[in-house]
Design a protein around this ligand. Structure first.
Ligand code: ZN
Ligand code: FE
Length: 755
């Protein structure tokens, strides 16, 4: 018996080889009909036997193409049209598109095989791709995703590429960026005012220069990388000097897994992440010391080749382990435009390897670590953005502007929350411009009207993103407190709008309800009803305000001022610098002194007491330093960090720490006891409050949750209780996840108040 049905598939289903997959599936099941890209997904019409349709639908759900992510399949009865064949139909743009753009995908195995097959027409061609792989977000200019709306629009297909592009059986059927050496863009090397033209010649030239110890700026998918031989300490140090990057670790690219394993430990789970289509930078335990690459670090950030160009460079003899860091000076955004890169990076790079294909928007490398319960994304960009990370019950479009550090925005369209790539720190003027560009980019790409938008921003009155919100031509804005947004981001990932939880924000800095600097907060509530702050870290002084975040000794003064019976901290082994005593005087006189409950500053204070007394050179450095130190010791008795039902008291914690250090105890053991104490205190507070408020779910978020050791200690302990622990997995626990939480609160609260 012949029947007809229509199927609508939602999720990441465009630009990922979905239509050819549907086509093959329909043919295999001898079904007639058609498939096309619609405004909100893929639409399929099927005619044939009911049994064949069932098996079609099962395979559709169970075996989608590797890069596709289906969020919903809707099946309805259709009208029989008596079709004889199955075809792929052209897409028409009708209303507002809410189909997600796919993230950029690592080159697939089939394409790599062709790349190194001398008989293949795309042998050695750095822009090889197919429907299963290649660029997406970084080439899309507008939606829906079609070649003439990508940065490949200036390269018309030659006959061979066109044939493959139109052949429904071909792996390149409707592969929008398809190209070959005859019709597509090519590469050149620019150095010392001269140029080397052509893909093969410029790749050879680049490999030669890298081997010789030079620094080459290489145009990648989402921007320029600065690249050099990771095992050549002189090159790496030169790169540090030129980039004004004193200590922050550099990311590495290893030729393959076996090279990676020479320098880091790689578990099976980590190997799967390294080789996943997103190909992120994965933080891994170091086996070998690469002092210049990551000073003072026992973790190295490593990625594997993700573009054909990377494979070709290694094949052409480039060193098998490369430093590959974003092409910028310290806090600026990554350069992605050729002229801009040539201008801004000219003092940094000895040569430039430039591909002709323009980059539509800058996208950095993503950074991920395997935590106790799966991947934790620390920077969400290439390979992940702009995937929808959650479905929100939103009746109108919502824009979450995030925080000023680790900025990322969230745009909610038709209930789907698209989170942008990592943008950077908005106190840098170029990053602020990048932020504004990203907002405009998202709003126009998804065809959202400004006056329909609800804009949600941080409550901090001096955030650049807050001021930006005030200037937008929108009818409604909502201010959301930073740490409530952190907690809501976890619940948004799970679609748990009504779930009452104990929300724990362990964070560096966020503007509190009382205008003080919050960062160690415990909340009770849900996204729908709101979050009431029920407890926090005991308040400490914050002398000098924001400067205290850069000087651990200054942060230490704020905490230690309130503690009696300390050893002399200006003497050995502490030798806290003059900044410490000056900060104490500020507090005494009440000059430029604020109040804080920041967990991040508590870690800074511990770092200062353990010997990190200089200024930090990148955000979170002191806390990372204490964590590294603690990893060198095994389990020890935790320091006391008592909870009285309202406050976590840091005084016994720091007092014990200080006297142990004065007594000459091994600093690694002290750092470990400090971590143990913080974990124990947080867990006791969480369990006490869960008891009091009859809750069985603990949500943890905030920048301090990037501390892997602390999280493992907390999760181990809470894991022994009947309580469930929820943390971030789709967005970062740091401020990169704040915009999702803002959007969620915006979607579910009454907008006439700030929360
Ligand atoms: Zn491919
Ligand atoms: Fe935060």
């Amino acid at each position: 018996m012949t029947a007809a049905c229509s199927v609508r598939v939602r999720g990441v289903v465009q630009g990922v080889g979905f239509r050819p997959f549907v086509f093959r599936l329909a043919r295999a099941n001898t079904l007639a009909g058609w498939v096309k890209n619609g405004d909100d997904g893929v639409e399929i019409h099927l005619e044939g036997a009911a049994g064949a349709m069932r098996s079609f639908l099962r395979d559709l759900r169970d075996q989608p193409p590797p890069a596709a992510r289906i969020t919903g399949i809707e099946v309805r009865q259709g009208a029989l049209a008596g079709l004889a064949d199955f075809t792929i139909r052209e897409s028409l743009r009708r209303g507002r598109p809410s189909v997600p753009i796919a993230p950029d995908l690592a080159v697939c195995d089939d394409c790599v095989a062709e790349l190194f097959d001398p008989a293949n027409p795309r042998h050695g061609y750095p822009y090889i791709n197919c429907t299963n792989c290649g660029p997406r977000l970084t080439i899309v200019l507008d939606l829906p995703y079609d070649r003439h709306r990508t940065t490949m629009r200036d390269w018309p297909l030659d006959e061979r590429c066109a044939t493959e592009f139109h052949d429904q059986q071909n792996r390149r059927f409707h592969a929008q960026p398809v190209a070959c050496p005859r019709c597509g863009p090519s590469h050149r090397v620019v150095a010392d005012g001269r140029e080397v033209q052509g893909d093969a010649a410029s790749i050879r030239e680049t490999a030669r220069r890298l081997t010789a110890g030079q620094i080459v700026a290489i145009k990648g998918l989402g921007g320029f990388h600065l690249v050099c031989d990771a095992r050549n300490a002189a090159s790496v140090n030169t790169l540090r000097t030129r980039k004004f990057r004193k200590e922050k670790p550099f990311a590495l690219m290893a030729r393959d897994l076996s090279v990676a394993r020479q320098i880091v430990d790689v578990s099976e789970e980590e190997a799967a992440l390294l080789t996943s289509v997103a190909r992120p930078i994965v933080l891994l335990r170091a086996r070998a010391l690469l002092a210049a690459v990551a000073p003072d670090q026992d973790e190295l950030g490593v990625m594997l080749p993700s573009t054909p160009l990377h494979h070709l460079l290694f094949a052409a003899g480039a060193p098998n382990l490369l430093v590959m860091t974003s092409g910028n000076r310290s806090s600026e955004p990554i350069a992605y435009d050729d002229d801009d890169a040539l201008a801004r990076l000219s003092g940094l790079a000895d040569a430039f390897l430039i591909g002709q294909r323009p980059i539509a928007r800058r996208v950095d490398d993503s950074v991920v670590r395997i935590g106790r319960r799966g991947p934790v994304i620390l920077r969400r960009a290439r390979g992940y953005a702009p995937d929808a990370v959650a479905t929100l019950p939103a009746g109108r479009p919502i824009l979450g502007l995030g925080a000023d550090l680790k900025s990322a925005i969230t745009l909610v369209v038709e209930g789907q929350a698209f989170v942008s790539q990592h943008i950077g720190d908005l106190n840098d003027a170029r990053s602020l411009r990048a932020f504004q560009e990203t907002v405009r980019d998202f709003v126009s790409m998804y065809d959202v009207r400004w006056d329909d938008l609800l804009v949600v921003h941080d409550r901090h009155p001096d955030y650049a993103s807050t001021r930006y919100a005030a200037d937008l031509p929108v009818s409604q804005t909502l201010a959301v407190q930073h740490h409530r947004a952190h907690v809501a981001s976890v619940l948004a990932e799970r679609g748990a709008w009504h779930q009452r939880v104990l929300g724990v924000a362990l964070d560096g800095t966020g503007y509190g309800d009382d205008a003080s600097v919050w960062g160690g907060e415990l909340f009770v509530g849900s996204v729908v009803e709101g979050f009431e702050r029920v407890a926090s870290l005991r308040a400490a002084a914050l002398p000098g305000g924001d400067a205290a975040a850069r000087h651990p000794s200054q942060a230490a003064a704020g905490f230690l001022y309130a503690i009696e019976g300390l050893p002399d901290l200006t003497a050995a082994p502490f030798a806290l610098p003059a900044r410490y005593t000056q900060a104490l005087r500020l507090i005494e006189r009440g000059v430029r002194t604020f109040t804080t409950t920041s967990m991040g500053r508590l870690f800074d204070a511990a770092a200062a007491l353990l010997g990190f007394t200089r200024e930090i050179t990148f955000e979170g450095q002191a806390a990372m330093w204490v964590e590294q130190l603690a990893r060198r010791a095994t389990t020890v008795e935790p320091y006391p960090f008592p909870f009285d039902g309202r406050e976590l008291d840091y005084r016994p914690l720091l007092l014990a720490l200080a006297w142990d250090r004065a007594g000459g105890r091994n600093p690694a053991e002290i750092a470990r006891a400090f971590h143990g104490g913080v974990a124990l205190g947080v867990c006791q507070a969480a369990l006490t409050l869960c008891d009091r408020h009859r809750l069985d779910r603990v949500v943890l978020s905030g920048g301090v949750c990037q501390n892997d050791l602390l999280m493992r200690l907390i999760e181990d302990r809470l894991g022994q209780s009947p309580h469930q622990v929820w943390t971030n997995h789709n967005v970062p626990p740091n401020d990169g996840g704040v915009s999702l939480g803002q959007a969620a609160i915006g979607a579910l609260t009454d907008h006439d108040r700030s929360v």
